[in-house]
Design a protein around this ligand. Sequence first.
Ligand code: AMP
Length: 239
Amino acid sequence: MSSSLPEIASGREAEQAIAPGPILLLGAPGVGKGTQAKELVKMWGIPQISTGDLLRFHKDHGTELGRIAKGLMERGELVPDDLVNDMVADRLARPDTLRGYILDGFPRTLNQANWLDERLANETGSIPVVAVSIQVDYNQLLRRITGRRNCPVCGTIYNIYAKPPGVEGTCDVEGAALVQRADDTEAVFAQRMKSYAALTAPVVDHYHTQGRFVEVDGDRPIEAVSDEIVAAVKRLRAS
Ligand code: AMP
C-alpha cells in the first residue's frame, strides 16, 4: 500500500543529487587511492578513472598504447605524458563524467597537472577540482604493496599481512587463485617511489598552493579515511 507521506530522500539519494565535480586522489603507490576511489563511487555515483587500470586494460588487450606502456609499467616508470593525457581526454569525453569523477593516479607529473588545469579552464561550466593527498609512511607502503594480491575474477584486493583470504592464495568470493601485480615487487616499488618523489611530489605542491586541497592520514581504517575525504570535499565545495 502506498503511503500518503512525502518521500524522504535517503542519505545515499541525497548525496547523489550533489555534483561533487572532479576529485583528484594523490599519493604514493599503495596509499589506498584505488580503495578510497571505490568508497567515493559508492557515495556519489560518479566514475573512478584510474590511469593505472586504463593502461593495464590497454596492455592486456595489446593495443599500441598498451605495447608502449608494458615495459615502462613493469619497470615502475611513468608512461609519457602525451599518451596518458590523450587516454584521459578520451575517458573524460564520456557522458558519465558530467556530475564529476574521481581521478585516481592522475595527474602524476606537473605537465599532466597543467594539461588538466588548462582543459578544465576551457570547459564551460566546469567545477574546479578538489585535490586530496593521502599520506602513509614508507615501511607501511612497502608492506601494503608487496603483500597485495588481487582476485582476477572479481577484483577483490587482499593483503597477505593485513587482510589475508580465508584460504591462502584463494579468493573468498570467487574461489579463484589470487595474483600479484608484476609491479608489486620490492625492487619495482623502490623505482615507483623514486618516480613519485621526483615527478609526482611537485604535483601535490602544485595543488596545495592552488587551495581546494586537503591532506589526510591514510594509515587508518578505510571508513575513517573516506569519512574525512567526504567531509573535506563538502567543506571545500561549500567555500
Ligand atoms: P597504478 O596502478 O596507479 O599504480 O599505476 C601503475 C603504473 O601505470 C605506474 O607505475 C605507471 O607506470 C603507469 N601509470 C599510471 N598512471 C600514470 C600516469 N598518470 N602517468 C604516467 N604513468 C602512469
